[in-house]
Design a protein around this ligand. Structure first.
Ligand SMILES: [Zn+2]
Length: 459
């Protein structure tokens, strides 16, 4: 009974495959042109001007007959979203931020707002962070709409403002003021992971959690006075003592489960020294020499094995001959995602050890980790395996933060993932000079993301 059907399917298969390949090749080529135009839209934050990005996407949605909604958190700070209706499975959000960090053209080989193409790369601020991924998501979204097939769940494209400055005019605003977008949403894809190389082997990371920013302000008080008559103790002397203790503090290293499996997965790609350490990471972190060497060679990775604080802002007198009554410092602390904040404050107070110093919170997110035992994670792994047999797919934690925390806090499984295999030579471009996108990697990324989402939304 199955035989005739099998024959029909087999005879159809070659032409179907060719058609699918042609379509996705076309989609990818169209994406390249869209990315070049998108890079020319100046959404440098500050000030942002993401309303320009909103117009860019709105024009595309209009041409495709897709209904969309826009909202500004403040004048020019635009956000835009569009929804393809589907069945009642938990919806999927494709999230991207439109703003980019400033770029100084003097240090670039091509104008950062040009989208210039040279040697197979597209140059431009935002190619990697994250206009490239935004266009990847757009192409997938357009392909689903054009295909017109029924979806088993809603798919929502959301482009936001202000990620680079914390997201209060973007994702944070939408979560508070337009919560309806995220009703029934179970999954979200965002920046924060993707393809790269370790020892020439392709590796894909899926961001499942992030260190938690815990930004604090230390304020010291003391007797003011004249600079010509030094006192034994002042606000400044107290603050300096505290900061010196903080700078030398040893925050105990700790391996959380996602880091343990990550390091074990990548151990084989390391030099002999790090291979041995990564394989036995729990004992390795007891060695100060190992931690120091890791911090020198890979500070971002070392940061993922402990809580940390960077002293970044300082202030005291505004006049050279006045001893100020108040001196302050702002410190950028980042906690492991399972760290209790109150407990950390107690540790910090013990380090600072100055009764006349007050510690106040400037910013604190809630800890959250997305599970990897989900159908979406399985599909991501399967599609990568089809296209890059043997490539590692590993859950990871980022030392920095993205907009994903807003959604993990709501219980939405959020993955930092874009299937673009970024060549090693292009790594430094994120927030750096000559940020660029490898065109072939981008095209392949378009094909892969579409394939993943299709597998997720078609029954
Ligand atoms: Zn970004």
């Amino acid at each position: 009974m199955n035989r005739p059907i099998a024959v029909i399917i087999l005879s159809l298969l070659p032409s179907l495959t060719i058609a699918a390949t042609l379509d996705s090749a076309q989609l990818a080529e169209e994406g390249v042109q869209t990315l070049i135009r998108y890079l020319q839209v100046d959404t440098t934050n500050p000030p942002g001007n993401e309303d320009r990005g909103v117009s860019f996407f709105a024009d595309i949605f209009k041409a495709e007959g897709i209904r969309y909604t826009t909202a500004e958190a403040a004048p020019t700070r635009g956000n835009i979203w569009a929804r393809l209706k589907g069945g009642d499975k938990p919806a999927l959000v494709l999230l991207n931020h439109m703003d980019v960090v400033p770029a100084d053209a003097i240090y670039w080989d091509e104008d950062p707002l040009s989208g210039a193409v040279r040697d197979g790369k597209i140059y431009g601020r935002g190619t990697l962070d994250m206009k490239g991924t935004g266009v990847l998501q757009l192409q997938t979204f357009l392909a689903l709409k054009r295909a017109g097939r029924s979806l088993n769940r809603d798919v929502i494209f959301v482009a936001t403002a202000d990620e680079e400055a914390g997201g209060n005019f973007g994702a944070g605003y939408l979560v508070k003021e337009h919560a309806e977008i995220f009703e029934g949403v179970g999954y979200l894809l965002n920046e924060g992971g993707g393809g790269g190389f370790a020892n020439n082997s392709p590796i894909f990371t899926v961001g499942v959690t992030e260190k938690i920013p815990f930004w604090l302000k230390l304020t010291a008080t003391g007797n003011p006075g004249h600079g010509s008559a030094p006192q034994v103790e002042t606000s400044v002397s107290k603050l300096l003592r505290a900061l010196s203790r903080l700078e030398n503090a040893y925050f105990k290293p700790r391996v959380i489960p996602v880091m343990k499996s990550y390091l074990q997965s990548v151990a084989n790609l390391q030099t002999a020294y790090f291979k041995q350490k990564f394989t036995n990471i729990e004992s390795a972190i007891q060695e100060r020499n190992f931690l120091l060497r890791l911090q020198i060679e890979n500070p971002g990775l070392a940061a993922r094995l402990r809580n940390s604080c960077s002293i970044t802002r300082l202030g005291a007198s505004n006049k050279i001959n006045v001893v100020p009554p108040v001196a302050w410092a702002e410190i950028d602390c980042r906690l492991l995602p399972d760290q209790d904040k109150e407990e950390f404050i107690e540790v910090l107070k013990a380090v600072v050890n100055e009764p006349d110093i007050e510690i106040a919170t400037i910013l604190a997110f809630s800890p959250a980790v997305s599970p990897i035992t989900t159908p979406l994670y399985t599909i991501v792994s399967q599609v990568i395996d089809r296209h890059h047999p043997g490539a590692l797919v590993v859950p990871s934690m980022s030392a920095g933060f993205t907009d994903s925390h807003w959604f993990r806090e709501m219980g939405i499984t959020s993955y930092g993932f874009a299937p673009i295999l970024v060549p090693v030579e292009d790594y430094g471009g994120v927030h750096g000079n000559n940020e660029k996108m490898d065109i072939e990697a981008f095209k392949q990324g378009t094909v892969l993301l579409l394939e993943m989402v299709q597998q997720f939304v078609y029954d």
